[in-house]
Design a protein around this ligand. Structure first.
Ligand code: AMP
Length: 399
């Protein structure tokens, strides 16, 4: 168990400077935050610390500026948005994350004030986990708190290197909740345990898939991931991308888990030459010249039935198709709605990944109509696959 900010008495934070690593990697359009979901998820931790008299220094990355200052990846619009939604304080902003000016601003912070640093990745030393850069960042604060679960699978300066300079390395409220929910699934899921996996590539999900397929009672596979499994059975998938390296593994999985792993048997397809034109619903084999872009109605019905009859745990990661386009979104929408119905019937429903949040929106399912929306797509899969998250392992242990 990791030490969390709630494990210390409230007055512990009074007058202390806290470095809070958050994930504010949010979409920005024309200088404004266009989707503030990730910001809202860290608000309870910011408010918890500021209300107890800490000066809160927020650090985050945005996009991949590769060590250069890229104006459109500045966090300034996020400071503006945060000031609008935060009840405790106007948010200050500095246009770097290390250096003299930053130190000066930090030294002037009052109890309960919140400061957002500029994009950590404007320095290449963030991603390379440079020790001097880590030390500079650490010198800004007395306590380190991680609330960026979704970045915890990376050993960067702000998630790993700088933490080593602190005695107190604590989990924020969001990280604590993520760990509670995902640990329960990892250790003792309520049964039946149904796993739904979609998304683009097996490559990104292989370790989690290996573990989850062993643990789950039923695995429903959709999205791009499905075509490698279908191809491993000798079913034609047309021009749908398959991952040849995993064909043998996929075949073995299907052979040894015959009735537990379900694959789509109808598909929404489109000509590879013109995926905007002439979409078709097809049963069984996908003809050459076409690619599969969504599960078909029959598959959707079978999967929906499985999900809605589940009263144990339901875990979903990855869309069932190219859901950003309306014509290929129906499978994903059906699955999202089925999961929310299972929630209302009492199942423990957990969904993960940025795409999944967008999918819930598309299906008009509220975040409160599932038990938990994990902020970490990649991180939650690494964790469920039994892997190590450096940004979590490094946090202080509860004694
Ligand atoms: P992932 O990050 O691996 O969960 O992948 C999410 C992405 O996979 C989304 O952008 C989906 O549009 C895409 N995707 C899922 N299924 C398909 C498919 N059959 N064809 C093309 N893209 C897909």
């Amino acid at each position: 168990m990791k030490l969390s900010i709630t494990d210390y008495p409230g007055d512990f934070y009074k007058g202390k400077r806290v470095f809070l690593r958050v994930d504010f990697n949010v979409p920005i359009a024309r200088g404004k935050v266009s989707e503030d979901y990730r910001i809202r998820r860290s608000m309870p931790t910011i408010e918890y610390l500021a209300n107890r008299g800490a000066a809160v220094i927020l650090g985050s990355h945005l996009g991949r500026p590769k060590g250069k200052v890229v104006r459109k990846l500045s966090l300034r619009p996020i400071a503006e948005r945060l000031s609008e939604v935060l009840k405790v304080s106007q948010v200050k902003f500095v246009d770097d994350c290390i250096g003299k000016d930053v130190k000066y601003t930090v030294s002037g912070l009052e109890h309960g004030e919140v400061l957002l640093l500029e994009n950590l990745r404007f320095h290449k030393e963030e991603v390379s986990n440079d020790s001097d850069f880590s030390k500079e960042l650490a010198s800004l604060a007395d306590i380190y708190v991680n609330d960026a679960f979704s970045t915890s699978h990376r050993s960067h300066a702000s998630t790993y290197g700088m933490t080593l300079f602190f005695n107190d390395r604590l989990a924020g409220l969001l990280v604590q909740k993520e760990l509670d929910v995902l640990s329960k699934i990892r250790q003792h899921p309520y049964r039946p345990f149904i796993v739904i996996v979609g998304g683009a590539k097996i490559r990104d999900k292989i370790n989690a898939l290996k573990t989850l397929i062993n643990k789950a009672d039923t695995v429903l596979i959709g999205g791009g991931v499905a075509y490698t499994f279908l191809a491993s059975k000798g079913i034609s998938v047309g021009e749908s991308p398959i991952e040849r390296n995993y064909l043998k593994w996929a075949k073995e999985v299907l052979n040894s888990n015959k009735n537990r792993v379900l694959l789509p048997d109808d598909h929404v397809i489109a000509p590879i030459s013109d995926t905007k034109g002439r979409t078709r619903l097809i049963q069984g084999q996908i003809p050459s010249g076409f690619i599969g872009l969504d599960i078909g109605q029959r598959t959707s019905k079978v999967y929906t039935h499985e999900i809605m009859s589940g009263e144990g745990t339901i875990f979903w990661n990855g869309p069932m198709g190219f859901f950003e386009k309306e014509e290929f979104s129906h499978g994903t929408i059906d699955i999202a709605r089925a999961i929310s119905l299972a929630f209302w019937r009492g199942a423990n429903t957990v969904v993960g990944g940025g795409d999944t949040v967008a999918a819930l929106r598309k299906a008009e399912v509220l975040e409160t109509e599932v038990d938990f929306v994990s902020t970490g797509g990649g991180a939650s899969l690494v964790f469920l696959g039994g892997g190590d998250l450096p940004g979590i392992s490094v946090l202080s242990d509860k004694i």
